[in-house]
Design a protein around this ligand. Structure first.
Ligand code: HEM
Length: 495
């Protein structure tokens, strides 16, 4: 008599395989735990849970990401194991820090103990000599060149006018349309500014092509790391090749022009900055950056700038919609500046926008609450001892910026949009508890530029239009955005 059907046999085999696999996984983890216990005599390896075989705690991490409070994942573990804990997410054993001091030390990276650590699809797309992946003296050189350029007074004066022009034009194009999607509109605006800053491409066919290819390229940043024809990663790599060709052409033309003329003046954009630099060597031994290195980096520098600024603009509008008192204050401050400028006939300057106190507080509060870059990922190159913890060599570390921003020991009622709280925080820029732009060696070079763009956008928006918003909600995973792209019905203030 046949006791089992083929289905039940298959089931039993599957179950036994799973149990074997589970047992092996637990043994491996136990061994790892024992190794860590031995290592951590004075400094302890953070406590935590490895979760399920292979997937670890990834499902809960993603599930929390889809809620309105993604830091719940961190908060739950923090209450069980402490401010720094270990887990297993997205295929990696990770030490998560929710402690501002530990985050600071990870970001500052004295002694070069940490390097950036991205998922495989991202590292494939970036290339080894990308500013986002590089380390050591070359990283320092490129970071400082871009930072110094973006901070120079001449650049600030020129970019203020350029941003104003782009925003004024974009806002006047809204006139006549009843409804606009803030998320789409701000993306158009900020892309135009970004490509102007990096490679001086103005509106037109070339920019449209660049945008199309760039969008195709970044679709592969979060995907399966398989490089076969037809896969997402393959298509993105092809788009990057086309982008590199476009940018290389511009660099070649620039180089030729540079060779013809001695007169240098202010660099027009990031390409000029990187092309002109001769390194720290003497005149006889110049170490210019190779053209393919420059073209790669120009494209890669677009990645952190492309989505972050429009998201911050969109979320600022969303938070102001939900807080009419804050909106009224912001309108009052900006209308006053506009009146002053209209009466004097003077142009707006960089410092006019950057010294609007309430508007800057709205921007800080938006950046804190939105957590656009919620964490930075690093890998330890050696055993690192921080604040009583041991981070073993080879492990990934996630410095959770959002956990610090949403912790009530750092911010009272952290889930409330409260721009007034910044009145009492004297120096937000140097604080351990406010790091939307990261910190240390990799502090975002686009920090002031981003604040300026958001400030100019808010100023011209509230002095040109009033609006009524439709219902929409913020989504936090995999990136922060509005579910319906934030549709608003606009009413011009002056016909
Ligand atoms: C609201 C807007 C922005 C936010 C929240 C933001 C946030 C960040 C953060 C957190 C980092 C550090 C990443 C790490 O440590 O691994 C970073 C790095 C960077 N950002 Fe931004 N960013 C913004 C806008 C921009 C813009 C407009 C640009 C381009 C001009 C830009 C260019 C860069 C670059 C090139 C890096 C890499 C720096 C390095 O590794 O040396 N960012 N950004």
């Amino acid at each position: 008599m046949e006791c089992f059907s083929s289905e039940s046999c298959a089931f039993v085999v599957l179950l036994l395989s799973f149990l074997c696999f589970y047992k092996l996984w637990m043994m491996k983890r136990k061994k790892e735990d024992e190794r860590l216990k031995k290592n951590g005599e004075e400094f302890i390896v953070p406590k935590g849970n490895w979760g399920w075989p292979l997937i670890g705690e990834t499902l809960e991490f993603i599930a929390c990401g889809y809620t309105s409070k993604p830091v719940t994942f961190m908060e739950k573990r923090k209450s069980l194991y402490g401010d720094v804990f270990r887990t297993h997410i997205l295929g990696k054993a990770v030490i998560v820090s929710t402690d501002p001091d530990v985050n600071k030390m990870i970001l500052q990276n004295h002694g070069g103990a940490f390097i950036p650590c991205y998922p495989k699809s991202i590292t494939e797309l970036l290339g080894k000599s990308s500013i986002l992946q590089m380390n050591g003296p070359l990283h320092k050189r490129v970071h400082s060149l871009i930072g110094v350029f973006l901070k120079s007074p001449q650049f600030k004066a020129r970019i203020t006018r350029d941003i104003e022009n782009v925003i004024r034009l974009a806002l006047s194009a809204w006139n006549g349309s009843n409804q606009v999607y803030v998320q789409d509109e701000t993306k158009k605006i900020t892309f135009e500014i970004l490509v102007q800053v990096l490679l001086s491409i103005g509106p037109g066919e070339e920019m449209k092509l660049l945008k199309r290819e760039f969008e195709e390229f970044i679709k592969g940043l979060i995907c399966l790391p398989i490089k076969l024809p037809g896969t997402r990663l393959y298509k993105s790599l092809k788009a990057k090749k086309r982008l590199l060709e476009m940018v290389s052409k511009i660099i070649e033309e620039r180089k030729k022009a540079m060779e013809k003329t001695e007169e240098k003046g202010l660099p027009d954009d990031a390409i000029d900055v990187l092309l002109r630099d001769v390194g720290e060597s003497d005149e006889m031994q110049q170490h210019r950056l190779p053209p393919d290195f420059i073209s790669g980096n120009i494209i890669e520098m677009m990645i952190p700038g492309e989505e972050t600024v429009p998201t911050a603009m969109t979320l600022a509008v969303k938070f102001l919609i939900d807080n009419p008192i804050a909106l009224a204050h912001l309108v009052e401050e900006n209308v006053e500046l506009k009146k002053k400028k209209d009466q004097s006939g003077e142009e707006y300057s960089w410092s006019d926008y950057m010294s609007l106190p309430f508007t800057q507080n709205v921007i800080s509060e938006t950046l804190r609450l939105a957590n656009i870059i919620n964490a930075v990922w690093r890998k330890a190159l050696k055993d690192v001892k921080i604040k009583g913890y041991l981070i073993p060599k080879g492990w990934c570390v996630l410095a959770s910026l959002s956990s610090v921003h949403m912790d009530e020991t750092n911010y009272e009622n952290p889930y409330e949009f409260d721009p007034w709280r910044w009145k009492n925080i004297s120096n937000a820029a140097s604080s351990n508890t406010f790091t939307p732009f990261g910190g240390g060696q990799r502090l975002c070079p686009g920090l002031e530029l981003s604040r300026l763009e958001i400030s100019i956008f808010l100023h011209h928006l509230v002095t040109t239009y009033r609006w009524a918003a439709e219902k929409d909600e913020i989504i936090y995973f995999p990136t922060v955005r509005m579910k319906r792209k934030l549709p608003i019905t606009i009413m011009p203030l002056h016909q």
